[in-house]
Structure formats: structure tokens, C-alpha cells
Design a protein around this ligand. Structure first.
Ligand code: PLP
Length: 474
């Protein structure tokens, strides 16, 4: 059994592969009954792993058995229908199968020439997605822009910022570095990935200005305009604004159209981050969240959050791919090839930070073909409806209140009794294992968040969560 270092044969792979697929199917049948939040203590797993790697190969069955014995206790079940924490990282069987095939093909799609189908399926599926969400025409590959799959929303905002940096300095920052004059803007509720990107891109954290928010935690365009004018008057170069469609903390929707007008007036790059909520636009009734998107230079959302596609898969679009490619392109001798030189193909290595890339479009293609656009709509609508039901129950209970508007699938709420009792609720429900909730702070008050988006979450799960929460308050 592999102890002599020989390869697994195709027949053995068939047998073990079936066992793994069965394992996954069984897992989904029981995941709803497992404690959602792992109860592992720091070091638990490492204490149980051998100090040294095996010198001889081990039977596959023993390895798989250890997944149950050793690994599962340290898993927090993101695919539990009782998972309501942070944001969903949902997946689906078609996505898992696409991921498996991607591993099986094992291609590295850095260039069109290194696997034409990898690049062309990606470009095509991203055009499909642009149509599904009714994104502005400029983001389609048949115009000056186009889409690419990034590892994450963090990777996307970094690429957008680097392209904006190049545009603002007419290519100078790539040659001579940043001189500390470029300024980026975000709201105080923008995701921390923007701060990270500002640090990596060399703007310097002091050059990230946080713009004030309104009573709904959305960026104030007037405050943005004022901040841009002030910096410009001081001889600085306002270069980049991130607007968020669905902030991580409270699902606030920044007013993209008004922000976009400010950006256009001042020639500032606008990036729109719709990491979780972008998926909602598959439903025509939620497309208002993208009003004004035609004023954006770049946009991203994560099918790996709410579109049933397993991590990692972020769809990133630019209105002008030239700016992005100029900022990231390098061409060493060993990558030169005829297809690239012909100019007729896309080489996605110029659209991202790493050189190499996985065949991620396959899983997204599988998801879209399995569900169809109507199927995706049905599930997204259902999640929103469940979150709205929950918000309704919170509103009807005198002991609780909504802490922010809940436009889609995230409900921010709190017990009126103050931080102590809210902390108690959080600790009790999470310790029970029956569900997993996380928190934020809004107006410096501890706030509970319930986010609906796991593939198999149903009314019964949300209702049971509400029962537990009320019980935990008592
Ligand atoms: C989750 C989230 C991110 C980060 O997503 P990654 O893909 O993990 O980098 C960024 N922005 C918003 C608004 C988010 O909700």
C-alpha cells in the first residue's frame, strides 16, 4: 500500500476517490447536527500529530480515518446551515466537483498559451456573470475593460489600487516609486483589506483618509468631496476611492452614484467592493445596490461568499484593462510566445499579483450551469427573505432592537440591556454549538450580527437560532 513509494494507480485512485466523495456527501448529511464552532483549544491538534513525517508511505484508509479523528474536531463548520457568523463562504456540490476537476487537470493558466481553455472559459464566464448581474457594458471583455478571477476581494483591491497609482502618476510610480503625495480614501466602515493594500502598494498608511459616514454607516459623498478638495489644495494627488456595497460590519450601502460623480469631477479612480452583496444583483429587484456603477473604474464581488462557489473565487472587473495591464505587466524572455506576441489573446498573469494561476473558472461555470440564473435567483431571494423574517422577529420583541438597516441578508441587532447581556448571548449561543454568531461595534455599542447565506439554511434553522438567542438573554 504505497509503503514502497510507488504511485497510486488509477484503479486505487478510483476506489479512494469514491471513498472521499462518499465522505463529503456523508458530511453534508450530518453537518447540521455538529457543533458549529470548533471547540478545539490552541495546540490540541498539534499535540496529537506525530512529531516527524512518516518515512514510509501509509495506506490511504488510515489517512482518511485521521480526517475524522484528528481534523474534524478542529473544524468550524462554515457549511453548517446553522452558520450565521461573519459572512457566508458557501459552496455547493457542483462547485466542489469543478474544483476536483481543476485539481485533476492540474493546469497552470498564467498565459493563454499554457492552457487556452483556462483563459477563454474565464473570460467567457466573467462576461456571463456581468450579464447575470447587469453590470455596466464597460466591464465586458468585448470593450476596453474585462473581468478576471482573483483569489480574494483583498487581491482585487490591491490590483485596483496599483492600477490607480499608475494612472495618477502617468506610469511614474512603477519607475520611481511613490513619493508620498498620493492619497486614498475609504469610509471608516470600509473593509481592512483597503488599509492592507495601501500599505503594500507603498502609499503609506498615513495617506489613507477615512471619510465620515452618515446615520446608516454609509460614506458621505459631501465629506469625500471636501477631503479630496483639501488634499488637492495642499498639493497632494487624490488617487483612489473605495466605495462598499454592503460593508462587512453592518451591510451599509455606500451611495455609489454620488461618490462616482465626485470621483469623476476630480479624476480619481473609483473601486467598488461588493464582496458579499454583489451576488444579490443576480435578482433584478436588488440591482439598485449597483446604481451608479457605470462611474466606477473597477468592481469586485466574491462568488466564494454567497454564490455557492467554494473559496477562492473573486470576480474582478475593470473598465479599462489597459491601465491594469500596464501597471502589472512584466515579460521575461522565458515567457515569450507567439500567441502573446500576436496580441490576439489575454494573458491573465498581467491582471494579478502572482504569475501562476489555478483553473478557477471551472467551478463557477459548473455552478452557473447547474443552477441556471433562475435557480441562483431563487436561492438568493430565499436567503434575503429569511434574514428579513429574522429582522421582523427582532422588531416585534421589546427586549431587542435592530441596530442598522438590514437591506439584504445581514441583520445587525442587539438586546436593549447593554453590552453585558449581548456578550452573554454571544457566549452562550456559540458555546451551545447550535449556531454560530459574531459581533461588531456600532456607535461603540456591542452589536450582534446574523448573516444568512449558507447554501442549506432554511426557515427552521433561522427560527431555531432566534429561539436560542432569546433563551440566552434570559
Ligand atoms: C469579506 C470582505 C472582504 C474580504 O474578502 P476576501 O475575499 O477574503 O479578501 C472585503 N470587502 C468586504 C466588503 C467584505 O465583506
Amino acid at each position: 500500500m504505497g509503503d514502497d513509494g510507488r504511485h497510486m494507480t488509477p484503479d486505487e485512485f478510483r476506489a479512494h476517490g469514491r471513498a472521499v466523495v462518499d465522505w463529503i456527501a456523508d458530511y453534508y448529511e450530518r453537518v447540521g447536527s455538529l457543533p458549529v464552532l470548533s471547540r478545539a483549544e490552541p495546540g490540541d491538534l498539534r499535540a496529537r500529530l506525530p512529531d516527524h513525517p512518516p518515512s514510509r508511505g501509509e495506506p490511504f484508509d488510515a489517512v482518511l480515518a485521521d480526517v475524522d479523528r484528528l481534523i474534524l474536531p478542529g473544524i468550524t463548520h462554515w457549511q453548517s446551515p446553522n452558520f450565521f457568523a461573519f459572512f457566508p463562504a458557501n459552496t455547493s456540490f457542483p462547485s466542489i466537483l469543478g474544483e476536483l476537476l481543476s485539481a485533476g487537470l492540474g493546469v497552470q493558466g498564467m498565459l493563454w498559451a499554457t492552457s487556452p481553455a483556462c483563459t477563454e472559459l474565464e473570460a467567457h464566464v466573467l462576461d456571463w456573470v456581468a450579464e447575470m448581474l447587469d453590470l455596466p457594458a464597460a466591464f465586458r471583455s468585448d470593450g476596453p475593460g474585462g473581468g478576471v478571477i482573483q483569489d480574494s476581494a483583498s487581491g482585487a483591491v490591491l490590483c485596483a489600487l496599483i492600477a490607480a497609482r499608475e494612472r495618477a502618476t502617468a506610469g511614474g510610480s512603477n519607475e520611481r516609486g511613490c513619493d508620498g503625495r498620493l492619497v486614498a480614501y475609504a469610509s471608516s466602515h470600509t473593509h481592512s483589506s483597503v488599509e492592507k493594500a495601501v500599505k503594500i502598494a507603498g502609499l503609506g498608511r498615513e495617506n489613507l483618509r477615512l471619510v465620515a459616514v452618515d446615520g446608516r454607516y454609509a460614506m458621505r459623498p459631501d465629506a469625500l468631496d471636501e477631503a479630496i478638495r483639501a488634499y488637492r489644495a495642499a498639493g497632494r494627488i487624490p488617487a483612489f476611492v473605495t466605495a462598499t456595497v454592503g460593508t462587512t460590519s453592518s451591510n451599509a450601502l455606500d451611495p455609489v452614484a454620488a461618490i462616482g460623480r465626485v470621483c469623476r469631477e476630480h479624476g480619481v479612480w473609483l473601486h467598488v467592493d461588493a464582496a458579499m452583496c454583489g451576488t444579490a444583483a443576480v435578482c433584478p429587484e436588488f440591482r439598485y445596490i449597483h446604481d451608479g456603477l457605470e462611474l466606477a473604474d473597477s468592481y469586485c464581488f466574491n462568488p466564494h461568499k454567497w454564490m455557492f462557489t467554494n473559496f477562492d473565487c473573486d470576480c474582478f472587473y475593470v473598465a479599462d484593462r489597459g491601465a491594469l495591464i500596464r501597471s502589472l505587466s512584466v515579460l521575461p524572455e522565458y515567457l515569450k510566445n507567439r500567441a502573446t506576441e500576436s496580441g490576439a489573446v489575454t494573458d491573465y498573469r498581467d491582471w494579478q499579483v502572482p504569475l501562476g494561476r489555478r483553473f478557477r473558472a471551472l467551478k463557477l461555470w459548473f455552478v452557473i450551469r447547474h443552477y441556471g440564473v433562475e435557480g441562483l435567483r431563487r436561492h438568493v431571494r430565499r436567503h434575503v427573505e429569511l434574514a428579513q423574517r429574522f429582522a421582523g422577529w427582532v422588531g416585534e420583541d421589546d427586549r431587542f432592537e435592530l441596530a442598522a438597516p438590514a437591506p439584504l441578508n445581514l441583520v445587525c441587532f442587539r438586546h436593549r440591556g447593554g453590552d453585558g447581556v449581548n456578550q452573554q448571548i454571544l457566549d452562550r449561543v456559540n458555546a451551545s454549538g447550535a449556531l454560530y454568531l459574531t459581533h461588531t461595534r456600532l456607535d461603540d455599542r456591542l452589536t450582534l450580527r446574523l448573516c444568512v447565506g449558507q447554501t442549506h439554511t432554511e426557515l427552521s434553522h433561522v427560527a431555531a437560532a432566534w429561539d436560542r438567542i432569546r433563551e440566552a438573554a434570559g
